[in-house]
Design a protein around this ligand. Structure first.
Ligand SMILES: Cc1cc2nc3c(=O)[nH]c(=O)nc-3n(C[C@H](O)[C@H](O)[C@H](O)COP(=O)(O)OP(=O)(O)OC[C@H]3O[C@@H](n4cnc5c(N)ncnc54)[C@H](O)[C@@H]3O)c2cc1C
Length: 442
């Protein structure tokens, strides 16, 4: 690094905090502007019945080992925890069944196995099994997964296995999910091998052991450590400082001259004007698109999370293991996590209570409390009453579905990371950060 510069990072979610640490390590002067009063974005906490639990992300994908490496680097390895084992369940209109053991993204790879027959019935399982013998076909990255799955595996497998998994992970209907948004390069693999064999190949490449892990005390503890690390490197972090506008300095004065001899960027928050040589955009994609005209606007899909604390000894047997996915139309909720069955640290923090988290795809901010108990009863297969609810807390998140990745530097000196760059999930963000050359070239 030869030329220390001033940088402003917009957004203090995981991507913004990682970028701030990296730039400070390079010797740059870094300021972070965060809109909310709390740091962490979707990796932050919410208080339910006196316990701090994750308000958004509650685990990370172990693929690639990127998040574990980061956790190791920041000294949290002894806090790594695996979720309780056992398959997720799927609740359909007429039956409930554990997710078949052999599969990937809900695509069954042993279509005639007992668990697939239990889920699909003989006719659905046979229809899915035929796919291996169908001629392979050219599939484009932009084709929708639902259309290809219906053609190749049939409607029953698509609706009962793939659709609930896709809705749970990507917060959008399978018929609207582009294949390569689900998994980069998957369209080419389907074109070469067919759907079942391509899924089997992906599954074989998945690392042994748990596919997701968490942190004892919650993933939000990652935010606390990253913020501390950034501050220790001299980064200044401002909260309650939403950036309302972002303009090139050259454009801000008549005649196109820089406003202060140094070309760069100007930002406005409620109480201040800011200038930096370079900017990292680390707000969510819809916010990034509203501040940067060059960015493609994507629909802002929202997810509502309702967390319940219940006095319910009838759930002590964990009737649906650690979680449930709902077939569309069965409940308003798309998925349920029995958090106190999934994470030992939650069970210990909430003795003789059950912590249940329901997630909903929503179009706009909407009160979901009226649905939560009925949905929990249906998905857990246990009638629950109002008097059993000790606490109910709702959080709604914007930008819950990944968008198409685009240009990482849409204008000179403006760098996109995390959600703003189209990355979804901590594994993708940590991988991108590890490869990052932010600041190194200046
Ligand atoms: C319900 C839910 C559950 C999830 N679960 C998981 C999971 O289990 N595992 C996983 O790996 N991933 C999960 N994800 C995805 C993961 O949380 C995101 O990929 C990740 O948080 C994106 O990080 P980011 O820093 O890019 O954005 P964010 O976390 O969204 O952070 C962006 C920050 O920018 C701030 N900001 C917004 N506008 C402005 C502005 N104008 N000025 C200044 N600051 C601004 C926001 O307040 C926020 O702090 C989940 C997401 C959701 C919604």
């Amino acid at each position: 690094m030869t030329d220390p510069r001033t940088w402003i990072v917009i957004g203090a979610g995981p991507a913004g905090l990682l970028a701030a640490c990296r730039l400070a390590d390079e010797g740059h002067s870094v300021t972070v502007l965060e809109a909310e009063s709390e740091l962490g974005g979707r990796v932050s906490k919410v208080r339910v019945d006196g316990i701090d639990i994750d308000a958004g992300a509650e685990s990370f994908a172990t693929r690639g080992g990127h998040v574990e490496k980061l956790i190791d680097d920041i000294g949290l390895t002894d806090k790594l925890v695996a979720p309780a084992g056992g398959p997720a369940w799927i609740v359909g209109p007429d039956r409930s069944y554990p997710m078949p053991a052999a599969g990937w993204l809900g695509i069954p790879t042993k279509s005639l196995s007992r668990d697939v027959r239990k889920a699909l019935g003989w006719s659905g399982a046979l229809r899915a099994a035929v796919e291996r013998w169908m001629p392979v076909e050219e599939v484009a990255p932009d084709d929708h997964l639902g259309e290809v799955a219906r053609r190749r595996l049939g409607d029953i497998a698509t609706d009962r296995l793939l659709a609930p998994v896709v809705s749970g992970i990507f917060s959008r209907p399978i018929d609207e999910l582009r294949i390569d948004a689900a998994a980069a390069g998957f369209a080419a693999e389907i074109s070469e091998l067919g759907l079942t064999r391509a899924a089997a190949k992906r599954r074989a490449l998945a690392p042994a052991g748990a596919s997701v892990m968490g942190l004892e005390g919650g993933m939000f503890t990652l935010t606390d450590v990253l913020a501390e690390r950034a501050r220790a490197r001299g980064v200044t972090i401002y909260t309650d400082a939403p950036v309302y506008s972002l303009t090139r300095s050259e454009d801000s004065t008549p005649g196109g001259r820089p406003s202060n001899d140094v070309p760069g960027w100007d930002m406005v928050t409620e109480s201040n004007h800011w200038h930096a040589d370079e900017v990292v955009m680390a707000a969510s994609r819809p916010v990034a698109a509203s501040l940067v005209p060059q960015l493609e606007r994507a629909p802002d899909r929202q997810v509502g999370l309702v967390t319940l604390s219940l006095d319910a000894p009838e759930l002590d047997s964990h009737p649906r293991g650690s979680g449930v996915l709902a077939v569309e139309g069965v409940t308003h909720a798309k998925a349920l996590t029995h958090a106190s069955a999934k994470w030992n640290w939650v069970a210990q923090a909430a003795p003789s209570r059950h912590i249940i988290r329901l997630s909903y795809n929503v179009e706009s901010a909407q009160d979901l409390s009226d649905y939560a108990l009925a949905d929990a009863s249906r998905l857990l297969g246990v009638p629950l009453k109002d008097q059993q609810v000790r606490d109910l807390v709702q959080v709604t998140w914007h930008d819950a579905a990944p968008t198409r990745a685009g240009d990482r530097e849409p204008a000179p000196g403006l760098h996109l990371v995390g959600s703003a760059a189209g990355f979804s999930g901590l594994a993708a963000i940590a991988d991108d950060d590890a490869r990052s050359t932010l600041g190194a070239r200046t």
